[in-house]
Unconditional design. Structure first.
Lengths: 505, 276, 336
């Protein structure tokens, strides 16, 4: 029952040769870029998802009003080429006239804008309605000009809609029963080639897009790889050329590798601790401050996150709109101060018992950071009971205002207006249960101050107040680390997404 | 009943299990470190550095101390699971097999339904609904494990039911419980113990899987499965964080399997296969 | 035979009902619902209320379950909250991948385990027997996800021989004839695709197989030993039959029943137990789908998948029983 050893060896060796040679290699003249993805890919309908990656993909294929260029720190139009504020509630946009649809059809018109507005609000698959929550209506001025009318003056309108309002063709929607599947044609620099649910999305360069670079990739594939180790392995194997979102502890696998570059960027997802004043002991601002003083952010960033986080003091980091430099009121690591504050608040003989909830695996090392925070707080006298509910339960409880203390991150925090309002303005949501008439006034004012400089002054005031009252203690924003094969140039931006026409191969 | 104690399986299994038990019970005296004490400045130290026999993990906690504490928890969880599922399973199976008729039919349908669930799903559902705690992990692990016991005991009970002496006992007025205790249960012990040994092994593995999926016990409690899951990301930088608990699981489960095998051999007449 | 089949299938109905009711109940009672999880971070409370209304999540639970049953009677499994596509279609797309993986894992396990078991039985008491025992026991002693991770790290990360995840590389497609990738590749003579498919199957199948090899080889060993006690075997030995012939003609056929039983049971455990392996390897089967569905409380999808698992399990047991009946005429007409 034994096979001759030699033929086994021969078989194995030829198998190995064939295996080794068969990793996907791009054709000589076609630039293929394989990128990893972690976001859900659940539907080819552009209005069915609401996450940074899909907005980025649809903006580059169908097209949206424009994007935020993080390097230049300004909004740049894709389908629009200019815009102005006509009166406090009215913004006027001008569509570009030099674009051609992917199937040869005409460029975007106001009819398409109105059709898309209707789809966002009324398409049964749409979950993007919230982008228009502050918008009263959209009206046409002519074929290439339209106006967005807001309910009240809104300085941050662009952050709601600019890179999220996807324009699809009214004409194609009328001519096709399933336009998103059968006629996925837009005006962007890339065309949608194929969409496989939860597996991969393939895009193709639109050579007819004005000014598109030759060195941009011809075909781009977003491949779903949820597990971080798999992403790194795929990159090392040559299965993908860009592996995104490498957690700090895996970065060492990429270091020292001559065929790879490690590309870093800041992010716009601040991580924070929330202290809900509706629960004891967080009603007392001294206890909140005591908890904040107990945390040695620098130690955690240096020793645990391996330096891959940007410390935040207050709600604004350098990447965000209206960042005007460090705040005056900063809560530093000072355990002595913590103990003093706790004693003052009546806990001299043993600290308050608190419940602390966090997610596990939803954000980078969320659970481990919470464990560290727990010990740091215990050291100054708190008695912390750390719990790690399943994410679904955590979110539900958080939104219902049932959590006394938690550690979370908040994405899409480019413009602070909406997130701060969501968490800290009285009665907008129940997430933190904090209520301050002073803060409410500041937030309402900054929303309506249309002059950017004036507005940022008000935002700063609000930030100082938040920093001192500390219902939310901002910790840091993680640095995004990506592995990129040499020969590919990509300047990563704070949203972690890839603007394909800026990539060169 | 004569037990062959010079058998390799028994010796190896008992030795390994004994070692693990020893560490679990007395290990705390062997190390000065607190398993939950973090020390970020001493994180990711390799074994045999600065007094840490097995090194430290990503939060600077001593791994040897955590292994000991984890041994206690993992073994306690597994033992509880096996005990509870054994008791429940044997009782349900025995009653079901003995009583027959409608109670049996209904019970069997319930058994089938429980058994048809993918185990992970039930565990996730329980931990999600009732929250994560030690008791709930035990519940999640027990919820299907009682079924193999009930199957064996039901079969036995059905056979025993019709035996003469059981009939005699009924005539003499012996209650259900009495019959259970004196006739049915003693005959099941052997099979039950064998199933229990293997069940303990799988319970330890199952707990590790739950921790891997993020559904295990709360963070303050160290379990081998949890350590393994956490150490996964550090495998290239600090292999010991995951390899050591993995080894711990492996050794314990191996020991249990060897002992289970040995027990099974003991209860079967010896056989020799002679084909020369 | 027909009687057996019909009773079994009819008996499956109450089981399916109980199972779906349980899942339904658990999902509804667990805190958090799909609206919380599928809408973006900045969704308004109003939006969430609208969504709940659209999905009927605000109605009392018995009303919802009633609706579910009515739909089920029309073979309508509903629409997934997350994908907004019919659950039936989603399951249909992903089920073949799970079945395919399970099949190859089982095949691998059987091909390795049975010869090992026979070898151990024939050499009972000697070193080879002990060695096989050690291998067998080791296989069932290590957590599957752990083994998977190590395999990927070694064979994929260091040796670069195998890919780390997925079912096929980009750009390689097979026509959708049966839904089973290897079969479709074979049928359409796409040899490159077939080769790639096996490369991608290798590590996940191996991970799953390792635990089964342990169990199957042990049972094989035990039942071959049992079979060796039979009268006709002694006769064959006395008659001077060659070892090989004895194994083939006397031992294996009689050892078959317990072995097939265990294979059947393992397959059942395999299909549901492959969830973790699917997650580790990003394998596009219903295991990953289920896990994601649970995390976002996608009720229709979760219920649909659980019902599928249940049905598979029942059908599997039925097939094993039918096989029994074929193998052993004495069993025909008797109750299990």
């Amino acid at each position: 029952m034994t096979l001759p050893t030699r033929s086994i060896l021969a078989g194995l060796m030829s198998a190995a040769a064939v295996i080794g040679a068969s990793f996907p290699a791009a054709a000589q003249d076609e630039k293929l870029l394989m990128v990893t993805s972690t976001f859900p890919m659940t539907s080819p309908t552009p209005y069915a998802e609401s996450n940074a990656q899909m907005y980025s993909v649809w903006c580059q294929t169908y097209g949206c009003l424009g994007r935020y260029n993080y390097a230049a720190k300004e909004y740049q139009g894709i389908l629009v080429d200019s815009w102005e504020i006509v009166d406090p509630n009215t913004w006027r946009f001008h569509l570009r006239e030099d674009l051609v649809r992917h199937d040869g059809g005409p460029g975007p018109t106001t009819a398409d804008v109105l059709h898309s507005y209707d789809r966002v609000l009324n398409d049964p698959a749409s979950i993007q309605k919230n982008i228009f929550s502050e918008v009263e209506t959209i009206r046409a001025i002519d074929d290439h000009t339209f106006e967005i009318v807001t309910k009240e003056p809104l300085a941050s309108l662009l952050s709601y809609i600019f890179d999220r309002f996807i324009i699809t063709s009214a004409e194609l929607a009328e001519a096709n029963e399933k336009p998103d599947e059968d006629a996925a044609f837009g005006w962007g620099p890339y065309k949608l080639k194929s969409y496989q649910l939860d597996q991969e999305i393939a895009l193709e360069k639109n050579d007819a897009f004005p000014g598109i670079s030759d060195s941009a990739p011809d075909t781009v594939v977003y491949r779903q790889i949820r597990e971080a180790e798999q992403r790194v392995t795929a990159l090392l194997n040559g299965e993908v050329q860009i592996a995104r979102l490498i957690p700090p502890q895996l970065v060492s696998r990429l270091e020292g590798n001559e065929s790879l570059d490690i590309v870093e960027s800041a992010s716009i997802e601040p991580m924070f601790l929330a202290f809900n004043p509706k629960f004891e002991p967080w009603t007392d601002v001294r206890v909140r401050q005591a908890a904040a003083h107990a945390i040695n952010k620098d130690l955690i960033i240096d020793r645990f996150l391996m330096g891959l986080a940007d410390r935040m003091d207050g709600p604004l980091g350098e990447q965000q709109i209206c960042y005007t430099g460090p705040l005056d009121y900063v809560i530093d690591y000072d355990p002595e101060e913590s103990r003093r504050l706790l004693a003052e608040a009546g806990y001299a003989d043993g600290g308050p018992k608190v419940e602390f909830m966090t997610a596990s695996g939803r954000y980078i090392s969320d659970r481990q950071v919470s464990e560290i925070v727990t010990q740091m707080m215990n050291e100054v006298g708190f008695e912390v009971d750390l719990q790690v509910p399943e994410y679904a339960n955590l979110t539900a409880a958080m939104r219902a205002g049932e959590l006394p203390m938690y550690y979370l991150g908040r994405g899409l925090f480019l413009d602070p207006s909406e997130p701060l309002s969501q968490y800290l303005e009285t009665d907008v949501t129940q997430r933190i249960g904090y209520s301050s008439p002073e803060l409410d006034a500041l937030l309402a004012k900054e929303r309506q101050t249309l002059d950017p400089e004036e507005r940022c002054k008000v935002v700063r005031e609000a930030a100082e107040l938040i920093s001192e009252e500390v219902p939310m203690f901002f910790m840091w924003s993680h640095r995004l680390v990506h592995g990129v094969r040499k020969g590919i140039t990509w300047d990563a931006s704070a949203d972690g997404e890839i603007w394909l026409s800026d990539v060169s191969m | 009943m004569k037990f062959d104690l010079l058998n390799l399986k028994f010796l190896l299994g008992a030795l390994l299990l004994g070692f693990v038990l020893f560490l679990a019970l007395f290990g705390a005296w062997l190390t000065p470190f607190d398993p939950n004490r973090q020390d970020l400045m001493a994180s990711l130290l390799p074994p045999l550095t600065e007094g840490h026999i097995l090194g430290t993990d990503h939060l600077g906690r001593d791994i040897f101390a955590r292994m000991i504490s984890g041994a206690k928890v993992s073994l306690a969880i597994a033992a509880s699971v096996v005990l509870i599922s054994g008791v429940v399973g044997v009782l349900v199976g025995a009653l079901s097999g003995y009583l027959r008729g409608t109670p049996d039919l209904v019970t069997q349908k319930i058994v089938e339904s429980f058994w048809a669930f993918p185990p992970i799903l039930l565990a996730i559902a329980i931990l999600a609904f009732f929250g994560q705690s030690l008791t709930n992990v035990i519940l999640a692990l027990t919820i299907q494990r009682w079924i193999p016991y009930s199957r064996i005991t039901r079969a036995q009970a059905m056979v025993l039911r019709s035996l003469a002496y059981v009939e005699a006992s009924k005539v003499m007025g012996g209650g259900l419980a009495w019959i259970m205790r004196h006739h049915i249960l003693p005959n099941l012990m052997a099979s039950a113990i064998i199933v229990a040994t293997f069940s303990m092994a799988t319970a330890i593995l199952a707990e590790a899987s739950l921790s891997f999926l993020g559904l295990g016990v709360p963070p303050q409690i160290a379990t081998w499965g949890g350590m393994l899951a956490e150490g996964r990301s550090y495998i290239t930088r600090a292999w010991w964080i995951a390899v050591i608990p993995g080894l711990g699981i492996f050794i314990t489960v191996l020991a249990l399997n060897l002992l289970g095998d040995w027990l099974r051999d003991q209860f079967d007449p010896k056989k020799n296969l002679n084909l020369t | 035979m027909l009687h057996l089949i019909t009773t079994r299938l009819l008996g499956a109905i109450p089981v399916l009902l109980l199972v779906t009711l349980a899942i339904f109940g658990l999902l509804r009672l667990a805190p958090g619902d799909a609206a919380d999880l599928l809408l973006p971070e900045d969704a308004t409370e109003e939006q969430m209320a609208d969504m709940r209304e659209a999905w009927g999540l605000d109605r009392p639970i018995w009303v919802q379950y009633g609706q579910f049953l009515t739909n089920l009677a029309r073979f309508d499994l509903g629409e997934s909250y997350r994908y907004r596509a019919p659950v039936f279609d989603l399951i249909g797309e992903r089920l073949p991948a799970t079945l395919e993986l399970s099949f190859y894992a089982l095949l691998l396990a059987v091909v390795v385990a049975i010869p090992l078991g026979v070898l151990a039985a024939l050499n009972k008491g000697k070193t080879i027997d002990a060695a096989v025992s050690v291998v067998a026991v080791s296989g069932v002693s290590a957590p599957s996800f752990w083994v998977g991770i190590l395999l990927v790290l070694f064979f994929s990360g260091y040796l670069h021989l195998f890919p780390s995840s997925g079912q096929l590389p980009y750009g390689v497609t097979v026509p959708d004839i049966t839904g089973f990738v290897t079969l479709d590749a074979l049928l359409s003579a796409s040899w490159d695709a077939l080769f790639q498919a096996f490369r991608y199957l290798a590590l996940p199948a191996l991970t799953l197989a390792l635990a089964m090899i342990g169990i199957i080889s042990r049972i094989t060993r035990a039942s071959v030993i049992d079979a060796g006690q039979e009268e006709h075997v002694f006769t064959a030995v006395a008659k001077g039959m060659s070892r090989r012939s004895i194994v083939r003609r006397h031992l294996l056929p009689n050892a078959a029943i317990p072995v097939v039983t265990i294979i059947g049971l393992e397959l059942g455990a395999l299909i549901s137990g492959s969830i973790i392996v699917e997650v580790v390897f990003s394998w596009p089967g219903i295991g990953t789908l289920l896990f994601q569905a649970i995390s976002v409380r996608d009720m229709p999808l979760t219920t649909g998948i659980v019902a599928t698992y249940t049905l598979l399990f029942i059908v599997l047991n039925l097939l094993i029983d039918i096989f029994y009946v074929f193998i052993d005429p004495r069993l025909r007409g008797s109750k299990a």
